[in-house]
Ligand binder design. Structure first.
Ligand code: UN1
Length: 421
């Protein structure tokens, strides 16, 4: 096992704290286990034929080469979700990792290459190509790439999606999120505070599933904000590989600038800073961008709140009734993850129902991040619509053939059509 070595590389390259970096490697291990079992469960259906002496069924075949473009924030897990499933579906994989995490990519890929050799499979089943946008463009434009699975910003997805569609390739997009928790008046505020802090400040707010909005009932919004602000003030920030640290650095200067810009915009839109707001450890580590996770109270969902800022910046808004909270949850362009914290089962069920959250991930009494690999992962609207990882996400990596087999010796036509020559 190389869990600790890979986790160290992830911490070094992207600043993830050790526990989360190990968790990411665990996600790799889990999806590999899942894929091995899945390899015996790529089921097709058998349907009753309307014609006597006929059988109707579907079979699933490998789709072809899968191109994977992954982001810096999950430099090992997202590749693994795609690759483990693609390989058991019979598809070779070409991977373009983030330019910010090439070492994790080379190490992860070397482990796979070893496993491929040990299994006696063709060495070219999997390739990693480290490089800039030109590598991504080559995958996007190449007719030989049957499925392009791309994780990153909505801007990237907006560019990639039409290009792949134009050559009738398939794309699987996992783009931005703007994930909210609705906190009802009946919620357990202690549990809620812990859930929100992990999702909003954990990973320095750099997961697609990071919580960016709390929509809290007016009866609890002040109490909750105070609890969150006090938890934020106690967050240990620093070297991600030092024991006890909960918040490492942002990935780079641009991420810090993005957070600063959003904080300024929030202030002009009426936001009130209640926690954080500044850079930390600047003297000790001038090239690293440590920030104190921030909370901004807003009276309403102003434009800055509807944008995804990839940093630990949480907006807290009040609501008066659940319909309004659901409307606010859904009134953003992104649709990845969401949660409701409540002790009221009817409220939870409403949030989960078709009239509830419009996201691909909808949770009750846990935060928006930290999904298990067993479920399908992805979201709607500007999140791109793709589903990766568990459940039946494998179907995107295969092509389906519908087969009709006639063993009747006659030639009856479907729909009762008569055509005799
Ligand atoms: C991502 O941020 O791109 O649900 C993936 C989670 C992780 C995966 C996040 N299991 O937060």
């Amino acid at each position: 096992m190389h869990q600790d070595d890979l986790a160290t590389l992830i911490s070094l390259e992207v600043g993830k704290i050790t526990s989360e970096a190990r968790g990411e490697v665990q996600e790799m291990v889990d999806i590999c286990d899942f894929a091995v079992g899945l390899s015996r469960q790529l089921y097709g259906r058998t349907m009753t034929s309307e014609r006597p002496g006929h059988r109707l069924m579907e079979t699933w075949h490998p789709l072809g080469v899968v191109g994977v473009i992954s982001a810096f924030n999950f430099p090992a897990a997202v590749w693994s979700w795609n690759t483990a499933i693609a390989l058991v579906c019979g598809d070779p994989v070409i991977w373009k990792p983030s330019e910010l995490a090439p070492l994790t990519a080379l190490a992860g890929h070397a482990l796979l290459a070893r496993a491929v050799t040990e299994a006696g499979a063709p060495a070219d089943l999997s390739r990693v190509v480290v490089g800039g946008p030109e590598v991504g463009e080559a995958l996007v434009g190449h007719h030989g790439v049957a499925l392009l699975s791309a994780t990153g910003s909505t801007r990237m997805g907006r560019a990639v999606g039409p290009l792949v569609a134009n050559r009738f390739g398939r794309s699987l997009l996992e783009l931005g999120g703007n994930n909210a928790a609705v906190v009802s008046g009946s919620a357990d505020l202690d549990l809620t505070t812990r859930g929100v802090v992990f999702s909003a400040a954990g990973t320095a707010g750099q997961r697609c599933t990071s919580m960016r909005r709390v929509i809290a009932h007016r009866s609890v919004v002040d109490d909750l904000t105070e609890r969150l602000a006090s938890a934020y003030a106690r967050l240990p920030i620093g070297n991600p590989m030092a024991g006890g640290t909960l918040v490492g650095p942002l990935v780079n200067r641009a991420a810090h600038e993005g957070m600063e810009r959003a904080l300024e915009q929030a202030a002009t839109e009426g936001g009130k800073l209640v926690a954080g707001g500044g850079r930390e450890l600047e003297e000790a580590a001038p090239d690293a961008f440590y920030v104190r996770p921030s909370i901004v109270r807003m009276d309403e969902q102003s434009p800055v709140v509807t944008q995804e800022t990839f940093a630990p910046l949480l907006y807290v808004l009040p609501y008066d009734d659940l319909d309004e909270a659901i409307a606010l949850n859904n009134a953003v362009p992104q649709g990845l993850s969401s949660s409701v914290f409540t002790a009221d089962q009817a409220e939870a069920e409403r949030f989960l129902s078709a009239e509830g959250s419009d996201c691909g991930i909808v949770n009750v009494n846990i935060g928006t991040s930290g999904a298990e690999i067993g479920g399908a992962f992805g979201g709607e609207k500007e999140t791109g619509g793709g589903r990766e990882s568990g459940s039946d996400a494998w179907r995107s990596y295969m092509r389906r053939a519908t087969n009709t087999i006639n063993y009747s010796g006659e030639l009856p036509l479907a729909q009762g059509v008569s055509f005799t020559v």
